[in-house]
Design a protein around this ligand. Structure first.
Ligand SMILES: Cc1cc2nc3c(=O)[nH]c(=O)nc-3n(C[C@H](O)[C@H](O)[C@H](O)COP(=O)(O)OP(=O)(O)OC[C@H]3O[C@@H](n4cnc5c(N)ncnc54)[C@H](O)[C@@H]3O)c2cc1C
Length: 537
């Protein structure tokens, strides 16, 4: 524990200091300034946003999102939507279709924001699937919003949980629970005859690192697909960074302070209470009521908080903390639209690339087994299709990312990728990714004006929370979710150190841009300050 004599004088005291200006940190700060607290946000990078940023240096006239790009979770999130960001410059934009999955024969599985259009397209491919789709949508209408609320509320989610239970009978009772618990690969098979719904559900489950044949993957697939169906996969007009900038503008408008290029290197703990943070330049900022860490758990408990101040249960739990897989992301500036072998009836913003559900499952299990996938399952963004401001008319700003192991045992493909992720490895693997698109869109390579490859190291350099290129602040598999996140017994923002709250994707409910960990941390801080103002806990 830091001794009071080692405490440097504070430049200024705030009610709360938020470490990190990712979406969770910015949501936490927004909530606290709304409640009248004085708040300082300290961000290590030169700009706010964490993994929600954009840049214009890939090719002149093109905007590329550096990391995340599509925000169904934000659009469905009360934590973000409730902030009224439209008054701070945020405008959402949508592609003609939400999501598409091209098949090798040139046909597409498509999710359109109008459920009747989606159903009609499915019906054309397999009789009966249109009706089955509308039935699934109707079930979601009854229970989905309560399920989403239960998922983002700190554990135990009493009120939304009860609301969900009350509606369970109307969607088939335990039969629906079984649907939720089914592996993604099963979910599609049990309700549809054609492969379009299966491809869409499994592809959406593949956004998390849960194996497609494991429980939990079905829930993820259903959640993302139904969000796509109900709120779409919107993108901020002008680039992902506009979402972060609007969050920052709101904080500043309400009197909050944000300082970039200010890495926090230590949290000062006195008598079991977090009282101040120290930056890399040696500045100390005191926090009278709370410190909220939008910091990945291994960094928070593995250095920022002095080892002797980490509660023993957290210290031992963190030994088993598991990161999610690594990532390679490629950005392209294209001279024209992607020359897909078959033009989809409606152009999708998000595209999934896999020859089949089985190939998708194989790629994901290769990654889980430490192998670099031979035929990686890829998420692709056609950003100009989703927002015309991203590049000059007639061109396309595009990206694709896929997962690779944190520790590589072998290359399941033939390119001799070693998993060292130096420039050579990254370029070779990017070629493999590009070939996947070329196969579905002959002539794709000839449309490329510029290409940028961000391997695990480049991702982490731009955002220290992305350890080894992991995008979700820790695995999303069931063994590290709910009360088990980040370590068994927590499941809430409290850290066991008074006044310190974990508000990053490492906290329940995990990764994605929904702001729930940040909001949960801010609410916990407010509650404690209200309950025990005299003890400053
Ligand atoms: C390539 C990629 C694609 C993704 N795609 C999507 C998508 O399309 N849709 C979606 O919903 N989600 C997506 N995600 C996931 C989503 O972006 C993250 O889950 C989300 O950004 C997590 O938010 P956060 O605030 O917890 O952390 P982050 O966004 O990682 O922000 C943390 C911030 O804290 C700062 N920080 C860390 N340590 C310190 C310190 N010691 N001092 C000061 N500052 C510090 C970092 O610099 C960073 O700015 C994607 C992520 C990646 C990487």
């Amino acid at each position: 524990m830091s001794s009071p004599s080692s405490i440097a004088p504070s430049a200024q005291a705030y009610d709360a200091v938020v470490i990190g200006a990712g979406p969770n940190g910015l949501v936490a700060a927004n909530h606290l300034v709304s409640k009248g607290w004085s708040v300082l946000v300290l961000e290590a990078q030169p700009t706010v946003g964490g993994a929600v940023r954009s840049e214009s240096d890939v090719h002149p006239g093109f905007i590329h999102d550096t990391f995340s790009a599509f925000y169904p979770l934000a659009a469905a999130s009360e934590s973000i939507e409730g902030l009224g960001l439209d008054r701070h410059g945020l405008t959402w934009s949508h592609a003609p279709a939400v999501l598409g999955h091209p098949r090798l024969d040139g046909s597409w599985a498509l999710l359109h924001r109008d459920r009747n259009v989606t159903a009609e397209l499915m019906e054309q491919q397999a009789v009966g699937d249109g009706e089955a789709w509308l039935e699934l949508c109707a079930e979601w209408d009854r229970i989905g919003p309560h399920l989403v609320r239960a998922l983002v509320t700190p554990f135990p989610p009493v009120r939304p949980g009860l609301a969900m239970l009350a509606r369970l009978r109307s969607v088939g009772g335990l039969g629906f629970v079984r649907t939720l618990l089914s592996p993604a690969i099963e979910l599609g098979r049990s309700r549809f005859t054609g492969d379009a719904p299966r491809l869409l559900l499994a592809g959406n489950a593949g956004h998390a690192d849960i194996p497609l044949d494991a429980a939990g993957s079905g829930l993820m697939g259903l959640l993302m697909t139904m969000l796509g169906q109900t709120v779409g996969f919107p993108v901020p007009r002008g680039g992902a960074g506009e979402l972060s900038e609007s969050l920052a503008r709101r904080i500043r408008a309400l009197g909050g302070d944000i300082r970039c290029d200010s890495e926090v290197v230590r949290i000062e703990v006195v008598d079991g209470r977090a009282v101040a943070v120290h930056t890399v330049e040696g500045r100390r900022f005191a926090a009278a009521k709370a410190i909220i860490a939008d910091v990945v758990a291994p960094h928070l408990y593995g250095g920022l908080v002095p080892e002797e101040d980490v509660p023993p249960r957290t210290r031992s739990g963190m030994r088993r903390f598991e990161m999610d897989p690594s990532t390679v992301k490629v950005d392209w500036a294209l001279s024209g639209p992607v020359p897909w072998a078959g033009r989809p009836p409606h152009d999708p913003g998000t595209v999934h690339v896999a020859d089949s559900v089985e190939q998708m499952a194989e790629a994901l299990s290769q990654v889980a087994a430490g192998a670099i996938p031979a035929e990686p399952f890829m998420l692709v963004g056609q950003m100009t299709t989703a927002d015309a401001t991203r590049s000059p008319e007639g061109t396309e700003s595009m990206w694709a990312y896929t997962h690779v192991p944190q520790r590589t045992s072998r290359d399941a493909g033939e390119g001799g990728v070693r998993g060292t992720w130096d420039v050579d490895d990254c370029q070779r693997f990017a070629d493999r990714m590009q070939e996947r698109i070329e196969k579905l869109a002959p002539g794709f390579s000839s449309t490329i004006l510029a290409r940028r490859v961000l391997g695990p190291r480049e991702l982490e350099d731009r955002d220290a929370n992305l350890i080894g290129g992991a995008i979700n602040g820790g695995t999303s598999q069931l063994h590290q979710e709910l009360v088990l996140r980040p370590v068994p017994g927590l499941g809430r923002a409290e850290t066991g150190i008074r006044g310190l709250y974990l508000g990053s994707a490492s906290a329940h409910p995990g990764g994605g841009v929904h702001g729930a960990p940040g909001m949960n941390a801010a609410r916990a801080a407010l509650l404690h300050a209200r309950l025990r103002p005299w003890s400053r806990s």
